[in-house]
Each structure stands twice: as C-alpha cells, then as structure tokens.
Design a protein around this ligand. Structure first.
Ligand code: ADP
Ligand code: F6P
Length: 450
C-alpha cells in the first residue's frame, strides 16, 4: 500500500518524545495525516542488507536507513558537512573537494530513492528536508516516480559565484529542478536561486514565477521557518530554571545558544563581549555572558579549530577581567538539557545571536518567545541571519564588526523599559507569524497544489 505522505530528513528524533520545533511539527503532521518518516540511523554500522529499520512512532511509520562507516564519513561528514555546508555558509576556504564524497553522496541518495519508490504511489506527497538530499527527486524521477516532491532547504541557498566552487555545479541545477516545489528560508535565498537559473542556458523564469530548466518546471517560494511559539513561551513562563545557577532572575547576564559551528560567529562574539568590558564606562557593572555551545560534527577539522579559538578567547577575557566573585564568560561545551533553555532565555537581559551566515536561526525566535512581555530582554541579531529579514526590531549588527557589537551590548544593557517593550512586541508578532505549525501547513498546501 502506498503512503500518502513521506517525509525525509537526515536526523530522526531520538527516542519517542520529539524535541525541537521542526521535529515536533513534523511529528504532529504525520500523526494527523499518517505516512512514513524516513531518516538516517543514529549510529553507523557495517550492515549486510540494506533493509530499513522500523522505529517506534504513534500513528505513522518511522524508519531508518543504515549507513556504514565509510558512507557516514563520505556522505554525512564529507559531502554534506565538508562541501555543501561550507559552500552554502560562504566558507569556500574550508571546502574538502573529493570525488569519493560526491560519489557516495549520490549513491546514498540513490539507495534511499529506491526505498521511497517502493512506498510511494502517484498521489503520495514526498517532502524532503535539507542539503543531505539534493539529488533525491532527480533519482526518484529516474525510477519513474511521478508523485509530487517538495524540498525545503534549511540553510542559505548558494549564490551563482559561490557555486562556481562546486565540481557538481552543472548537475546541481538538475537536482533542484527535479523537485515540484522548492522552499527556501528567505526572499534573499529565492532571489539567489532565481539568478542561478536565469543565468543558465537551459533556464527560464516563467511569467507565473515558476522556474523552467530543460524539461522540468518547479515552483519556488520563501517559507521562513519558525518555532512552536506558544509552547516555548509557556515552557519559559512555567519553569523556574535550573536549581543551582548563577544565572537567575536577579543576575544581569547575556545568553548565547549555538551548536559549536564556525558559521555561528562565536569567536567574534566572545571578542566583542571582551571589548564591551574594556570600554564600558561604569566599571562597577559586572554582567556575565553565558554561552551554551554543544559539540557538533567534531570529526570535521574546522570545528576543532573553532573550539580551540573559543578556549583561547574565553581564557583571555576571563583572565583579564575575573574577580573573586565574578567570572565574565561561562562557556559550556557539553551536551545540554534542552528543557533548561526556555527559563535561561527568559531571565537573560540580552540574547546574543550573531552568526556570520545562517539559514534562519531559531534561537533568535526562541529567545523572543521566552521573554516576559512586561519586562522583556533585548535581542542582538546578526544582519547575516535569515531571521534578520523580518526581525527588524532587534538590535541588528554586523557580526564582523567587533566595535559595533560591543556598542550594541552597551545599548541593550541600558535600554529603557518602554523601548524594550515596543521592540519585543513587534518581534513577537513576527515570531508568531512564522510559527512552525503554520509553516508546515503553508508548505504542504503549496505542495498539494504544485
Ligand atoms: P542550527 O539548526 O544551525 O543548529 P538553529 O538556531 O536554527 O541552528 O537551531 C538550533 C536548535 O537547537 C534550537 O531549536 C535550539 O533550541 C536547539 N538546541 C540548542 N541547544 C540544544 C541542546 N543542548 N539540545 C537540544 N537542542 C538544542
Ligand atoms: O539547520 C541545519 C542543520 O544541519 C539541520 O539539518 C540539522 O539537523 C542541524 O543543523 C544540526 O546538525 P546535525 O544534524 O549535523 O547535527
């Protein structure tokens, strides 16, 4: 029997209780509509047969495809995270171009396509998430699958000039064009995608806005992703936060929460906090900065390099400024309980979200949702985050400009209540508008009509 809805994402939620906005929204949609959610197994294993593994889920089927160590190294760490990730995050200096990465990436996608082809009927909707699966629709079409296939890219769409650095740049066009609907985070992403196809000899932008590439036609739209706004706000209001902490309601502190990734601009953020401490007028003011940075993709060398930089900067700033009763930077580089985040955001005077480039950045939205509307904190947001396209009432900063970020910290810490309330109300409206449940519905509606 064919599935009505098939969702594909590299990561499946761990255990049966999903956490994280996207995962919660997909889980709710699949529970409501039934279907299949396909993702990678949690750990690589030397498998003998390539059967899918069934995992527990209520109201739908959840299945994992297996990866052996070599596939994990070349598909996930290699092509996905050492080629596509740095390319889309404008770090061509970090590209690890390797034929074997590209071959394995395509081979894994081809294998997944065969599984999906068995589960899909002509009326199925197939929704593919993110850069791990760019060739999936192209491979499905080769197998004769006629169903509608949608794609959402969670990271920035690369510009024409960046794409020059990708050996697979030509077939990249065919991969994208094989989808019926391509969803991107921002209007700027859509503009970059249009430019790419407009410049291609086989590309054409049709009068109705759809994109034609050879014999394929696809719809293209921005769907800015959001969070479970009300759920997050409720969790923040309900919880007192972790019991033993120096980061409570009476403490003045700034908060940052990011996977330890070079795209998140952490070294510049640490340096800017140090600059703020050096230049603040009132030296009796002793705000702290709590940075939670759980480890991510540690096998990729660039991630280890960022970690070393952070340790050096945090050590220097703390060494130069700490007192017996004050440690300026608390830097946590370990797995962290997600349930403790909402209260920590709410009690923080400032949220620091300063990526060098980011598809959207959900932490910016979580920080706003978690605030007490009567006495909200201030969001400092990088202009380079997708979130900045609509969250214009944040204090927008250039994450490469250390002085500007240091000044923004001073402005945020001194901002009068009326201005904090006004900015927060406007930001909350934006966050509510892009709620992840609405996001899911909008995408699915468009895909049904594609
Ligand atoms: P990215 O997708 O690049 O990691 P985002 O800011 O868009 O960046 O999303 C990060 C998500 O991960 C947020 O929803 C955040 O709350 C969540 N998160 C942060 N820290 C943890 C943690 N320790 N455990 C689980 N989820 C976390
Ligand atoms: O938002 C981008 C993204 O790569 C997601 O696809 C992914 O789940 C998340 O960041 C964390 O990365 P990873 O799954 O590689 O740990």
């Amino acid at each position: 029997m064919s599935q009505d809805l098939i969702v594909v994402s590299n990561r499946l939620p761990a255990g049966d209780t999903p956490s994280g906005g996207l995962v919660v929204a997909l889980d709710a949609t699949l529970k409501r509509e039934g279907g299949l959610w396909l993702g990678a197994a949690a750990e690589p294993e030397e498998y003998e047969t390539d059967d899918l593994m069934s995992l527990p889920a209520e109201g739908y089927e959840k299945k994992a495809f297996r990866l052996n160590q070599q596939e994990y190294d070349r598909y996930y760490l290699g092509y996905a995270n050492s080629v596509l990730w740095p390319l889309c995050h404008r770090r061509t200096d970090l590209l690890a171009i390797d034929r074997a990465f590209a071959e394995t990436y395509v081979a894994v996608n081809r294998r997944i396509a065969r599984h999906i082809a068995q589960a899909a009927g002509p009326d199925s909707l197939i929704w593919v998430q993110d850069y791990h699966f760019l060739p999936l629709a192209y491979e499905l079409r080769k197998l004769g699958v006629q169903a509608r296939i949608g794609f959402f890219l969670h990271i920035p769409f690369p510009s024409l000039s960046l794409l020059e650095a990708l050996p697979e740049r030509e077939i990249f066009h065919d991969w994208i064009a094989a989808f019926d609907l391509v969803g991107l985070q921002t209007r700027a992403d859509v503009a970059r995608c249009l430019e790419l196809f407009r410049h291609h000899p086989r590309g054409e932008i049709l009068l109705d806005g759809r994109v034609k590439h050879g014999d394929s036609v696809f719809s293209l739209r921005a769907f800015p992703i959001g969070i479970d706004t009300q759920g997050f706000a409720d969790a923040a209001a309900r919880s007192d936060g972790p019991s033993e902490t120096r980061f409570g309601p009476g403490d003045t502190y700034l908060i940052g929460v990011d996977r330890l990734d070079y795209s998140k601009g952490l070294p510049n953020r640490f340096t800017a906090f140090g600059r703020y401490l050096d230049t603040r007028e009132d030296k009796t003011k002793r705000p702290s900065f709590l940075q939670i940075a759980p480890p991510s993709r540690q096998e990729v060398p660039a991630y280890r390099e960022t970690r070393l930089q952070l340790e050096a900067i945090a050590g220097r700033v703390n060494g130069e400024n700490a007192r017996l009763d004050w440690t300026p930077i608390t830097y946590i580089h370990r797995a962290f309980r997600r349930a403790d985040l909402p209260a920590l955001y709410r009690m923080a005077d400032v949220g620091l979200v300063t990526p060098l480039v980011d598809g959207m950045n959900l932490v910016a939205k979580e920080y706003v949702a978690a605030q007490d509307p009567d006495d909200p904190g201030v969001l400092i947001l990088s202009r380079m985050a997708g979130a900045a396209e609509d969250m214009t009432e944040a204090l927008l900063v250039n994450p490469f400009d250390i002085d500007e970020m240091a000044e923004a910290i001073a402005t945020a810490l001194n901002m009068p209540l009326a201005e904090r309330r006004r900015r927060h109300a406007a930001l909350l409206e934006v966050v509510r508008d892009s709620d992840v449940a609405t996001w899911t519905e909008r995408f699915m509606d468009c895909l049904r009509r594609a």
